[in-house]
Design a binder for this molecule. Structure first.
Ligand code: ADP
Ligand code: ZN
Length: 731
């Protein structure tokens, strides 16, 4: 066995910092020495910055000028596999290492001394003047024996106010102590019984559990219609992993991380897992980061950045809704958490489960060629069946202008209401109307900073740019011709559809789910949950409601504009439409009532619409795969998007043209560069954007060639270059 590398006091060490420098810096190890991988605080100019001991110092600096590490932080050193992961992820995404390190240390105060808080446990004796409330507190404490609670936990569990607990503290029957805040999470118990699985589910669970127990890397694509029990099945893999004493990670799109989901996990394992999401407080983040690193958290449920936590002993990563586009981070470090999960698992010998009702073509293709194992759940659990699908030909609907619900859909919704069931109208457009047009001069109101129309958000009484988020009050004078009161909304958004529904069904309870109307993602989720419990007759929503929510009484889904996604020139337009329509339809008929999905379309003959209707998934994937293969595009070819941006359009084009001419390193590996061309959205936040696209064959080592290529041209001033490997969006 090799001893972990250790540097004695005064030895030269190379430190990777979170600062944007393109090299490691030499420091002297501090008093007491430092381990390889140790988190340290180092002086940089006048500042103190966070860093990691990355290896021996290079010694190419004047030794007299080399400063000492200030201190080693009280955190588990970064393990070798994590360092390898960051290096390989950086190489793949062409990201500088300091940015990777920032991603891996996204918790505040990592080096601070542990902060304290009050905890409560059983003290001596019995309370005087025992009231009901006091008795409940004592019973709760007795039930949990030696465990301690925060004031909030204890009063919530006993169902009393905190002053009751405080009163018992005064009597000494409850003891109050200071304890470190970053305490381990409650132990999860993988041996608690799960649900009784169907034969199909049990076979799948056994296969995944065996894969986890093998402690070798592998990836399984777990495919099954919504409601088939994928979650039940992968929770068994989590159980197998925990039983082995290894850690597990379940990644979910942020919006699918619901209280309902966490409750299920809690019921299965007897305690709450660590939850890593954008709503977590700084103290929660710090606790999770530290406990994951010390083995005090067995299971993390989180959004994509949970992948960069410092796991000690990771045995399983589940990527639920693996096709979801939110796994791709589109700013800062451009990475795809699904792909990086596979990378991370392959380094530490963990198993990956990619779960989806509608896998991405990438994962489908990897399963086809045997790189991933395949696991299918073919039927819905219990009596629920897949919804019946139908189209409504909008060419025949002859709707008056400013109406979007066809008579057929109207009738179908009415029938559901009459039966005491729920219906959903789906439209993938936020706001009130996508266009605000002046009827006098034809002017369309656009964003000042971006090449995009501004979208009216009537609930907020503002116009909003969906590119940059800029808003302005709704004017009543046309900014172009000055005509008064001639501005009119054109086209439907979710809010406007809500208005139409209110006129069509005046007596129905209508819930329009738009993120504008709820202060936070949490509030919105809470609202969705209350609707699922029967709080509305008609639900109107965008993508938000299509993801992962359970509406047991919902039996009809009407898609207002099924063609919308097909219009883009996007490589994945067909795939996305197919997935989205299948998911939306999957909302209908989850419990014991059969569901129906009706798609309003102007192109009922379109192959994608037909594939959706036929429910012929394999057929759809095969056709789509064949087309992409013929075009040599992902997953059958490689792509990188190059985005140059800057305030001066000529300067941006100048750099782009120089890059395009210097394409030698790309041609050497058989890659071609297309463009430069103004990006589809040619200006965002006042910056002009120019795109290029690099295409290569599948086997090509593209990153090395790209690095060589861009290093030839100096990019100066306020021009920025972003390289997007495996781009998902092309705007
Ligand atoms: P998916 O993840 O494929 O959408 P879920 O695992 O969420 O499916 O299952 C859908 C619903 O069916 C959930 O309410 C779940 O608790 C229930 N369910 C699935 N399998 C079983 C089972 N074997 N026993 C009891 N309930 C089940
Ligand atoms: Zn804008």
């Amino acid at each position: 066995m090799t001893r972990p590398e250790f540097y004695d006091e005064g030895a030269l060490v190379a430190v990777l910092t979170t600062q944007p420098l393109d090299r490691l810096l030499d420091y002297k190890a501090p008093e007491g020495g430092a381990m390889l991988g140790a988190f340290v605080e180092v002086p940089l100019g006048p500042r103190k910055v966070l860093g990691i001991v990355w290896g021996p110092g290079r010694g190419d600096w004047d030794i007299k000028k080399v400063r000492s590490v200030i201190r080693v932080l009280d955190a588990a050193p970064m393990r070798e596999e994590m360092r390898t992961f960051l290096l390989r992820a950086a190489e793949y995404t062409l990201t500088p290492m300091p940015a990777m390190l920032r991603l891996a240390t996204r918790a505040p105060g990592l080096g601070d001394p542990p902060s304290m808080r009050k905890i409560y446990r059983r003290g001596e004796g019995e309370p005087e003047r025992s009231t009901d409330a006091r008795r409940r507190v004592m019973e709760t404490l007795d039930e949990y024996g030696d465990l301690s609670f925060t004031l909030k936990e204890l009063s919530e569990m006993a169902g009393v106010t905190s002053s009751v607990v405080k009163g018992l503290v005064k009597q000494g029957v409850v003891s109050e102590e200071d304890a470190p805040r970053d305490v381990p999470f409650r132990r999860l118990d993988p041996s608690l019984p799960g649900k009784a699985l169907t034969d199909d589910q049990a076979a799948g669970a056994a296969m995944l559990a065996a894969a986890v127990r093998s402690e070798t890397y592998g990836t399984t694509l777990l495919r099954g219609v919504t409601g088939s029990g994928k979650t039940e099945v992968y929770l068994e893999a989590v159980a197998a992993c925990l039983a082995q004493g290894r850690q597990a990670l379940v990644l979910l799109p942020e919006i699918a991380l619901t209280a309902e989901f966490l409750k299920r996990v809690q019921v299965r394992f007897g305690a709450r897992p660590a939850e890593w999401h954008s709503g977590a407080t700084m103290t929660e983040r710090r606790r999770i980061w530290r406990m994951v690193g010390q083995g005090g958290a067995q299971l993390v449920i989180g959004a994509r950045s949970a992948l960069f936590l410092p796991y000690q002993n990771l045995g399983l990563i589940v990527v639920d809704e693996e096709h979801d586009t939110s796994y791709k981070q589109e700013d800062g470090v451009l990475y795809n958490a699904r792909d990086m999960a596979v990378l991370r698992a392959s380094i530490c010998g963990a198993h990956v489960v990619l779960a989806s009702a509608t896998p991405s073509l990438e994962s489908w293709a990897n399963a086809e060629v045997g790189k991933y194992k395949r696991l299918e759940l073919t039927s819905r659990f219990g009596p629920a069946v897949m919804p019946t699908m139908g189209t409504i030909d909008m060419r025949a609907a002859a709707l008056p202008s400013d109406r979007w619900v066809s008579p057929d859909l109207q009738k179908a919704v009415q029938a559901r209401i009459d039966a005491g069931e729920q219906a959903m109208l789906f439209i993938n457009r936020r706001g009130y109307a996508p266009i605000t047009l002046c009827r006098a001069c034809g002017h369309q109101i656009a964003c000042d900073q971006c090449d995009a129309r501004m979208v009216e958000h009537r609930f907020l009484k503002r116009l909003m740019c969906h590119q940059c988020g800029e808003t302005k009050p709704m004017p009543n004078i046309c900014p172009s011709c000055g005509a008064e009161d001639r501005l009119a909304p054109v086209g439907p958004g979710v809010e406007r559809l809500g208005e139409e529904a209110a006129t069509l069904w005046p007596d129905a309870r209508i819930a329009t789910l738009s993120s504008d109307m709820y202060g936070s993602a949490r509030a919105l989720k809470a609202e969705i949950e209350s609707i699922a419990q029967g709080g509305a007759d008609i639900v109107i929503g965008t993508q938000l409601v299509a993801k992962g929510h359970n509406f047991p009484n919902l039996t009809l889904v009407g898609v207002i504009d099924a063609d919308l996604g097909l219009q883009g020139s996007d490589l994945r337009a067909a795939e996305r439409t197919f997935q989205l329509m299948r998911q939306v339809a999957g909302r209908a008929g989850r419990a014991d009532k059969p569901g129906t999905a009706l798609l309003q379309t102007y192109q009922p003959e379109h192959p994608v619409i037909r594939a959706i209707l036929a429910g012929d998934e394999e057929g759809f994937w095969r056709a789509e795969a064949a087309q992409r293969e013929a075009a040599g595009v992902p997953p059958y070819g490689r792509m990188a998007g190059i985005i140059l941006s800057g305030p001066d359009v000529a300067a941006v084009f100048d750099i782009a043209n120089r890059l395009a001419r210097a394409d030698g390193p790309l041609r050497q590996v058989g890659a071609q560069v297309y463009g430069p061309a103004p990006a589809p959205i040619a200006r965002v936040r006042g910056r002009h954007r120019v795109r290029m696209l690099v295409k290569a064959d599948k086997g090509v080592a593209l990153q090395g060639a790209l690095r060589k290529w861009v290093s030839q041209v100096q990019i100066k001033g306020d021009i920025r270059l972003a390289i997007d490997i495996d781009p998902q969006s092309f705007y």
